[in-house]
Design a binder for this molecule. Structure first.
Ligand SMILES: C[S@@+](CC[C@H](N)C(=O)[O-])C[C@H]1O[C@@H](n2cnc3c(N)ncnc32)[C@H](O)[C@@H]1O
Length: 437
């Protein structure tokens, strides 16, 4: 593809993303390229890098366009605006690439040219920007993020703009971390051990591992270090009865099954049949034999039948995903204040339902990939207020037995991980114990 054709394809991809503001952009991009198999891999990388570049800066670009009187810029203007303020292009160069020739974007209209002229020379981060666009954070999340990070907010916001590393979890059912590391290195994938998770490996250059033997044979799973730590905090031991209540495609079930050494029983529940279906291949590849999948449905008697029967119940609740913005930059604009309010109520209901499953003396672990206190500490406070038979188990006290030789990542009762402080995605986990009967 010529540079101008790549630019035109990036505009088309961005237009598809803008047309479905509630759909995750990575799914839209997958569909986009599946329908255009003629786009080769390096063109594809160029096209998606450019579209993602715009998506990453969408909040700031919206502010710039508003300042010059364009309240609803389309994909053509967004890409051109990004080229101007973020990529250092000159307006002439942009006009030459919007040439109207075959496979290229149509020529810039008078209106587009006038808008872009007003943007010329503006820096991406403008001194007049209010806090939200300056930090590249949506207004609805600012109060919660300020409450969480205070003075450290700018550093966290900057860390959320950086690309996330590729983290893997060594599957202890198939070998020790050293054995898995050697297997990866032997296949030409250099990795280092992660600082916090006893099973974690980090691939510094984000080299794809999906085709390696280590991956195909289940020696490793792709999983952020923070996500691994949630499974670690569940502290599931061989022989226990465990529920992963919001299991999705079993990311944490796999890690928990490994801590149980395949002994005992783990039930992976979810309300989504599609997500649970995605677990089948992963469980097989990882050599997990002690897991069962259970689809939760309205009127389901399973929870009642299993009331107070489990030693450990993990609730990895649906949330805003604000902790994953470095991986999913589109989620910043896909989610809003109403979503947050709805999710908070949903989380409370799920947590209360899942708590029924915990046996006296057993533990409930509540986790999110959100950095917002409303979804995290405040949710736990509410639960403990409404469930006096549960008490918080402080993480630092638990930690020593879980990762000997590694200092606890937090001093507070609950574990709140963040990109700047811990180098992980943003995660939260709190452990609560039901009083023994
Ligand atoms: C954060 S995701 C889970 C990710 C998964 N644990 C992992 O590690 O890959 C939240 C999950 O909660 C599920 N969910 C939503 N509402 C639910 C409910 N009422 N009960 C149980 N699961 C629910 C969603 O389908 C989604 O898979």
């Amino acid at each position: 593809m010529t540079p101008a054709a790549r630019l035109a394809a990036a505009i088309d991809l961005l237009a598809a993303v803008e047309a479905s503001p509630r759909r995750p952009a990575d799914g839209i991009a997958n569909d986009f390229f599946r329908a255009r198999r003629y786009i080769g891999s390096s063109d594809r990388r160029n096209v998606s890098d450019r579209a993602w570049g715009v998506i990453r800066q969408r909040l700031r670009l919206a502010w710039h366009f508003e300042q010059v009187g364009e309240a609803r810029p389309g994909a053509r203007l967004l890409v051109a605006g990004h080229l101007l303020v973020a990529e250092g292009w000159l307006l002439d160069g942009i006009a030459q690439n919007y040439s109207g020739e075959r496979f290229c974007a149509g020529p810039l209209t008078e209106h587009e040219l006038a808008v872009l002229k007003k943007l010329e020379g503006r820096p991406l981060v403008h001194p007049d920007m209010p806090e939200g666009p300056r930090l590249n954070l949506p207004d609805w999340a600012l109060p919660g993020l300020k409450a969480r990070f205070g003075e450290g907010l700018a550093a966290e916001a900057a860390a959320m703009e950086e690309a996330a590393p590729l983290d893997l979890r060594a599957n202890l059912l198939k070998g020790t971390r050293d054995v898995v590391l050697a297997a990866l290195t032997g296949e030409g994938v250099p990795a280092t051990v992660t600082p916090l998770s006893p099973w974690g490996l980090r691939v510094p250059d984000r080299r794809p591992v999906g085709a390696t033997r280590a991956y195909l044979e289940g020696l490793v799973e792709i999983q952020d270090e923070g996500s691994q730590l949630i499974a670690l905090l569940t502290d599931a031991k061989p022989g226990m009865r465990v529920v992963d209540y919001c299991a999705g495609a079993a990311g944490k079930t796999l890690a928990i099954a490994a801590t149980m050494d395949n002994k005992g029983h783990i039930v992976a529940c979810d309300v989504s049949a599609t997500r649970l279906e995605g677990a089948v291949k992963r469980l097989r590849r990882a050599g997990v034999h002690n897991a069962e999948r259970h689809l939760l449905a309205a009127g389901d008697k399973w929870r009642k039948r299993n009331s107070r029967k489990f030693d450990r119940v993990l609730v990895d609740a649906p949330c805003t995903g604000s902790g994953t913005w470095r991986r999913n930059p589109d989620a910043r604009i896909r989610t809003n204040a109403r979503d947050l309010a709805e999710l908070v109520e949903k989380q409370a209901a799920i947590l209360a339902d899942a708590a029924e499953l915990v046996r006296p003396g057993g533990r409930l672990v509540y986790a999110t990939c959100s950095l917002l206190p409303e979804e995290d500490e405040l949710q736990v406070e509410r639960f403990l207020r409404e469930h006096p038979d549960f008490a918080a188990v402080p993480v630092p006290g638990l930690w020593a037995g879980l990762a000997p030789g590694v200092a606890s990542p937090v001093e507070e009762d609950a574990m709140a991980l963040s990109p700047a402080r811990h180098g992980t995605d943003g995660f939260f986990a709190a452990v609560m114990q039901r009083r023994a009967a």
